[in-house]
Design a protein around this ligand. Sequence first.
Ligand code: SF4
Length: 336
Amino acid sequence: MLALWGRVSVEPAIVLRVENLRTWFPVKTGLFKPVSYVKAVDGVSFSIHRGEALAIVGESGCGKTTLGRTTLRVLEPISGKIYFHEKEITHSREEELKEFRRKTAMIFQDPYSSLNPAFNVYRILEEPLIINGIRKKEERTELIYKALEEVKLNPVELFASKYPHMLSGGQRQRVAIARALILKPEYVVADEPVSMLDASVRAEILYLLNELKNRHQIAFMYITHDLATAKYLCKRTAIMYAGKIVEVGPTKEIISNPRHPYTKALIEALPDPDPSNRFRRIKVVPGEPPNLLNPPPGCRFSPRCPYAKDICREREPELEEGPPGHYTACFLKDEI
Ligand code: SF4
């Protein structure tokens, strides 16, 4: 079982764990045809510890956002298990999820559409407090000002009175982060939180997320297509392709010693920060991701993989440990 992925010794507690999770969406492809399924997440297992950030990296449409939402019980899995602090919540009813909802949060990609334009910042931050039964106005105000201070929107009274259209993109994302963290969640899914921001603001927001994760010991799922930002924020990274995790391990090792051809291709597609190398030819991953209604047999990367052999089209590779804590699903991982 890969739940702990070989990690040993004294570890912070596991906050979130999923086992063999599958989230499929039913689709009718014709009047008299049986229902088919888009296999957006198809047999994924991992755990995230207290104070740890796990990056989920992959191209658009690989299932990473669906995975994040399923772990928050926003989407229903068709099979598999979700545990929060080792209590299974896969099929808990909404009234049983009150505590879970309070202790989890999501930060969205787009700070422009994730904030209600009709509310000022005070009202935006007050909403989750009211929903969660914090009745005293003074207590709510104290929490709101504290949250604004934590995301470095000072002076807090001034920012509390502003409306989203009066803020820059970076300031809006800080408000979205304050709203997500105001109830002190223990598990947060951040879905491409910096991809819509200017490059100059990205580093500041990543720095802030890292600081808050460490200060509050939050278990963090960081969803991104950008391995470079994953390297900054996350000690572990899982590479996702066509609904499956194909490689997972320490981020530094995944970047310096990738064992899956898809991970190698993602790394070769990264721009080189060295200005003297700016004309280096960036290699793009050839081909398109498969249609998840009808993924290819065997290894799902085989139609795009330059190393594919017959076995790759016949059998599906399982995640297997190479160096300690580094797992790869590829028949040729030791040869490539
Ligand atoms: Fe390529 Fe085969 Fe490895 Fe899949 S299993 S990534 S097709 S070499």
